[in-house]
Design a protein around this ligand. Structure first.
Ligand SMILES: [Cu+2]
Length: 173
């Protein structure tokens, strides 16, 4: 009994320790929890998510992303008007406020991988290079989560996950 309780405590500590660690850091910018969902058969695009923190006292801006895993990589934003969600490419860049953070999450900002060179399979890591106006370039890896993975959405009505299987929304750009 005592042993199993100790084991549980150790497991909780281990999980907590991982959550506190910053996955990637460049100057004042930290990137955590970068992930994409595995693609369904025939799906040629996928959305990437992450958290970006700025510990600095001046704002920074994510101005570019590239990856060898896809023919086209861009920053998108899902916008919901009158209950209808559409996504559009971000113009200019995504600002990370001083002493603040930006979350790329289903229903909001996301990285759009299109023309995938190979399907995203659970357990893979998708390399990408982010460019920040102040901090410069940082290489990160998006962990591929299961196709059924449900992320906490920014808004219950805007689940981008539902869109990802059907990429017709992208035909509008
Ligand atoms: Cu998109």
């Amino acid at each position: 009994m005592l042993f199993s309780r100790l084991a549980l405590a150790a497991a909780v500590l281990a999980i907590h320790g991982t959550a506190l660690a910053h996955d990637y850091k460049i100057r004042d910018i930290e990137i955590d929890d970068a992930w994409v969902r595995a693609t369904a058969p025939g799906q040629s695009a996928g959305g990437g998510y992450m958290e970006i923190e700025n510990e600095g006292t001046t704002p920074d801006q994510l101005i570019g992303i590239k990856s060898d895993a896809a023919g086209s990589v861009s920053m998108h934003q899902t916008v919901t008007n009158n209950g209808v969600s559409t996504m559009r490419e971000v113009d200019g860049g995504v600002t990370v406020p001083a002493k603040g953070e930006v979350k790329f999450a289903p229903g909001g900002y996301h990285i759009m991988f299109e023309k995938l060179k190979a399907p995203f399979k659970e357990g893979m890591e998708i390399p990408a290079t982010l460019t920040f106006r102040q901090a410069g370039e940082v290489e990160i890896k998006f962990k591929v989560k299961p196709l059924t993975y449900k992320a906490p959405s920014m808004n219950g009505n805007m689940n981008h996950g539902g869109d990802m299987g059907n990429m017709s929304g992208h035909m509008s750009h």
